[in-house]
Design a protein around this ligand. Structure first.
Ligand code: ATP
Ligand code: MG
Length: 436
């Protein structure tokens, strides 16, 4: 076995076509399947792009090559050199007639998972052997789509003149109160993993950055063990100065439609059996009070001032049937930085973007008055002293601003009709899982 591979003229399985008939190429990848049909032996090699059929006619080849191919365990990594021959019945319309095979890494015999997708496995088993689960077509496609979605988000903001920012994930104070934080030891002090870039993106509004976004992890130490919560998630956070909540809601719905439009034509969607459509914008908007009335009509009683439960979200989703916004929330259940509406200081210019299945994003017009912000922090039972670094930014010229935070995993799972949020994260962190 060579330490350094010498693969001449390597091509991906999907780069080769029947037009390459007669050419010498190499393919390299994993041994997906082996089929011995007596006179012919097929070895299916899988690489990033797809599959190649290696066909060995036993009468024409050296016996040694056949013996080695027969013996090489499934999922071993091999490089195979040979001649392309057009073959209608093979994947991509060709087969490879092998001349040489190098085994670059031999796989152990008992596999933790079946990579052909023929034998299903529990999610926990799949996550335990995630590196191998990612070899299955469906899982691989989820993460290729995730990458496309992230690129679409960046393109969207780039086209609109946004500045991408990176704020610290090690912080001294909670964004919204102390309950859901992971404490870490920071030399001789205690610090926390940030639950949201909220305070920092707002401070940048005082710096004159005007339109910023960040795509980064958020850490929530909540004990929940649900199919829509992670303890480490990825958030798309946006903050815009000199605009109202109405404008950032439009921005949000445009982003959702844009992201869908960049995924609908992707051929890999077929692996997920999805028929994706771009949602129509503008999304319907209902107030919190209207939501409560709709729920009451459906037999679900929510006290005014109470947050919407998961079952309430499902019932509303059933009634409305497409993306929608819930606006005009009671300030009591929204964070201290949400701006009260002019007419009623108990109602805030805050909104949630909902998919019929679950919440995707939360946002608001922000308080930009230093005095009101300080008062709000204290009335939520928090100490203004802990927020001095943040409050300071409001004392020397802070424009009005608005923004939101959108969960990348929530967006993906709703878009791809995936039940469990853990499926759309490479290495999920939840109440029980800290490895791999
Ligand atoms: P929920 O009520 O659904 O638990 P939240 O209102 O606590 O969410 P926010 O603080 O509003 O969440 O965060 C903004 C967005 O970030 C949410 O709408 C969601 O998409 C995402 N998000 C928040 N917490 C989590 C989490 N624990 N796991 C996955 N995504 C999350
Ligand atoms: Mg929320």
């Amino acid at each position: 076995m060579n330490m350094k591979p010498q693969i001449r003229n390597r091509k991906y399985a999907t780069e080769i076509t029947a037009d390459n008939d007669g050419e010498e190429v190499s393919i390299a990848g994993w041994v997906h399947e082996k089929r011995d049909l007596g006179g012919v032996f097929f070895l299916i090699v899988r690489d990033l792009g797809g599959f190649a059929q290696v066909t060995l006619h036993k009468d024409e080849v050296e016996k040694k090559l056949f013996e080695r191919m027969k013996k090489v365990p499934r999922e071993s990594v091999v490089a195979i050199e040979g001649e392309v021959k057009s073959e209608k019945k093979a994947p991509n319309g060709y087969e490879l007639l092998p001349e040489r095979m190098e085994v670059l890494s031999e796989a152990s015999q008992v596999l933790p998972l079946d990579t052909t997708g023929k034998v299903g496995a529990e999610l926990d088993t799949r996550l335990d052997a995630r590196f191998m689960d990612l070899r299955t077509e469906r899982t691989k496609q989820i993460f290729i789509i995730r990458s496309r979605v992230l690129k679409a988000i960046r393109d969207f903001f780039d086209e609109r003149g946004f500045i991408e920012i990176n704020t610290s994930k090690i912080v001294s104070a909670a964004t919204e109160g102390g309950t859901a934080l992971f404490p870490i030891s920071y030399f001789e002090r205690e610090a926390f993993l940030n639950q949201s870039p909220q305070l920092y993106k707002q401070m940048l509004m005082a710096s004159g950055f005007d339109r910023v976004y960040e795509i980064a992890p958020i850490f929530r130490a909540e004990e929940h063990d649900t199919t829509k919560h992670l303890n480490e998630a990825t958030s798309v956070d946006v903050e815009v100065a000199f605009v109202s909540d109405d404008e950032v809601m439009k921005l949000l719905e445009e982003l959702i439609a844009f992201v869908y439009s960049k995924v609908v034509d992707y051929p890999g969607l077929a692996k997920l059996n999805l028929n994706l459509e771009v949602p129509k914008i503008p999304f319907r908007r209902i107030t919190y009070d209207e939501a409560i009335e709709l729920l009451s009509g459906a037999g679900e009683q929510i006290e005014r001032g109470e947050d919407l439960s998961t079952s309430a979200e499902h019932i509303l989703g059933e009634i409305i049937g497409e993306h929608y916004f819930i606006t005009d929330w009671p300030c009591a259940i929204k964070p201290f930085y949400a701006q009260p509406v002019a007419e009623d200081k108990n109602i805030c210019d805050a909104f949630d973007l909902m998919h019929p299945r679950l919440e995707l994003a939360s946002g608001s017009q922000r308080v930009h008055s230093y005095e009101l912000l300080k008062k709000n922090i204290e009335s939520k039972g928090l100490s203004a002293d802990n927020f001095e670094f943040y409050l300071n930014a409001f004392r020397y010229g802070m424009p009005p601003h608005a923004g939101w935070g959108l969960g990348v995993e929530r967006l993906l799972m709703s878009m791809l009709e995936i039940e469990n949020i853990r499926e759309v994260v490479l290495f999920p962190r939840d109440r029980r899982r800290l490895a791999p």
